[in-house]
Design a binder for this molecule. Structure first.
Ligand SMILES: Nc1ncnc2c1ncn2[C@@H]1O[C@H](COP(=O)(O)OP(=O)(O)OP(=O)(O)O)[C@@H](O)[C@H]1O
Ligand SMILES: [Mg+2]
Length: 509
């Protein structure tokens, strides 16, 4: 792909295409681009929503869209996959081109359904290969596959409100504890001498235990020393203006790790975070009852025992270009929400950090690429009426991305069968829209209203939506001036999910 050249996402076929059933009997060897519905790649700079009833081809279209984004741009896609539809996105669906059939033979005139694709198998394989090289699936499935990475979360990326309700009697104290612990964990994770034989969280937890088990007067002495050492380290911190001093600070930290002493660890760790953190550290140690600290570590222990906590953070450069989060591999609803909470926090923080960095330099040096956060069955995660505190928190995160994600390069691609059950605020931020088949005229009216398309789509077109076959739809919004009816082109990677086989469960009668 040439840099900076306009590219198009080839997502489907126009109604007037030579491959419309009406024209299929007429001969045309191979479809060409004139028959295709093409979205300019740069028009993906808005949030996207795809609405349709079950079985109408939403996930298939989504798959095609993601393939095109991955091939025609440098963007990243993070797929939050609730149905396992994308578990095999790294594999090409060879059947699509099997038996040396010419492409158009794959189009079934009788059913009006087609898995049409333009390029040859080899051509697609060549384009898809670099994507596969940058693919990972984060999952806890058993047995594991080669491309699997364990789906774990890093404690500091969880928001405290997720862990305890606001009305919790110790919520303020816990809030300070969490803030401080987050900084401490993050600092130690970044420490060059930190080896992985014991995870950071357990290490800090054990130090806290040690402190707790100390006789009172010894602890008072320690806190006093902490104050003094902290003061010393604070001084050295102030002088960190060049690399030499940085090295000095690193060596203080290294010594603290080597000695394994709680006081060294806390004072140097806290000091290296700056005065403000030092204050936070003192605040936590001097103000909080052990009950609070215990309750806090109790929370950590609970999640550790559920096996969901990572030993350390994932650095932003460890993120792959195509990431699938295999949600069905987490059996528990609360943990799924926790995983989303953590992933969205991390994505948001990374994007904001990159934005801050980019703003320091001229526009020509801004090489950031968009991240598409893809969510199928979106009404279950961004509902208009959340059923629990956890759902409310995750919805709030999606709302923030919907409202402010654009400048940070974060874009949502949402798929749902229920526009009326999807949060209004998020829906109203989606500029790119697609509607596939819907059950009834009243549902069509509801969806059109929810998507703000009242004036766009005329009533004779609305009737068509009810009669669409699988894989047909309307593209509208920012993508296209007005709207365009299209037939979705083939998803060329393997669909993970699958329908029941009629030929197996029905009987001749
Ligand atoms: N354009 C198309 N051409 C041919 N087959 C298609 C097309 N779109 C979808 N299909 C087939 O129709 C079936 C249903 O599609 P898909 O799973 O994408 O629907 P869905 O709307 O996501 O359904 P659900 O709500 O159950 O998730 C799949 O087996 C898929 O292969
Ligand atoms: Mg689906």
């Amino acid at each position: 792909m040439q840099e900076g050249v306009d590219t198009f996402l080839d997502v489907g076929w126009t109604v007037d295409s030579q491959f419309h059933p009406k024209f299929c009997s007429q001969s045309k060897e191979k479809p060409d681009y004139l028959d295709m519905v093409r979205i300019p790649t740069k028009k993906m700079d808005k949030h996207t929503v795809i609405i349709a009833q079950s079985g109408s081809g939403k996930s298939f279209f989504l798959g095609r869209l993601i393939e095109e984004i991955m091939i025609k741009s440098k963007a990243r896609c993070l797929i939050l996959d609730p149905n396992g539809d994308f578990r095999k996105i790294n594999e090409i669906d060879r059947e699509l081109w099997s038996s040396n059939q010419v492409l158009r033979e794959k189009y079934d005139i009788k059913t009006g359904m087609g898995k049409l694709t333009l390029e040859s198998e080899d051509e697609y394989a060549k384009n898809w290969k670099p994507v596969v090289d940058e693919f990972v699936i984060k999952t806890n499935r058993v047995p594991k596959e080669a491309e699997d990475e364990e789906l774990k979360i890093w404690w500091p990326t969880i928001s405290l409100e997720f862990l305890i309700p606001n009305e919790h009697p110790r919520s303020t104290e816990m809030f300070h504890c969490h803030n401080w612990a987050k900084e401490l964990f993050t600092q130690f994770a970044a420490h060059p001498n930190n080896t992985n034989e014991e995870d950071i969280i357990s290490k800090v937890k054990n130090y806290f235990k040690e402190l707790q088990e100390m006789p009172d007067e010894e602890r008072v002495k320690m806190i006093e020393k902490l104050r003094m050492d902290g003061g010393k380290a604070d001084e050295s911190l102030k002088t960190i203006t060049n690399d030499k001093n940085r090295t000095k600070l690193r060596s203080i930290l290294r010594d603290a790790f080597k000695s394994g002493s709680l006081i060294d660890l806390i004072s140097s760790g806290a000091a290296s975070l700056g005065n403000e953190s030092m204050e936070k550290a003192k605040f936590v140690f001097e103000s909080y009852s052990w009950e609070t600290v215990n309750a806090y570590f109790g929370l950590i222990e609970r999640y550790q025992s559920l096996g969901i906590l990572a030993k350390g953070p994932t650095s932003s450069k460890d993120h792959k270009r195509l990431e699938v989060i295999d949600l069905p591999s987490i059996k528990n609803n609360e943990l799924r929400a926790l995983v989303l909470n953590s992933i969205l926090t991390e994505e948001w923080e990374n994007a904001v950090k990159k934005w801050e960095e980019a703003m320091k330099h001229p526009r020509e040096e801004d090489h950031r690429v968009p991240t598409f956060i893809v969510l199928d069955e979106a009404h279950n995660f961004i509902p208009s009426n959340p059923r629990s505190r956890h759902e409310t928190i995750v919805r709030e995160q999606f709302r923030t991305i919907a409202a402010e994600g654009r400048k940070f390069g974060l874009f949502l691609i949402l798929v749902s069968q229920r526009a009326d059950k999807l949060d209004d605020l998020v829906l109203s931020e989606c500029g790119n829209k697609a509607i596939l088949r819907l059950d009834s005229k009243s549902m069509v009216d509801k969806v059109i209203k929810a998507l703000g398309l009242d004036f766009e789509i005329e009533s004779n077109e609305r009737d068509k939506i009810v009669n669409f076959k699988a894989g047909r739809g309307i593209l509208t919004g920012n993508w296209i001036t007005g709207y365009e009816v299209f037939y979705c082109a083939a998803r060329r990677t393997i669909e993970g999910g699958r329908n029941l086989e009629y030929k197996y469960w029905t009987r001749p009668f």
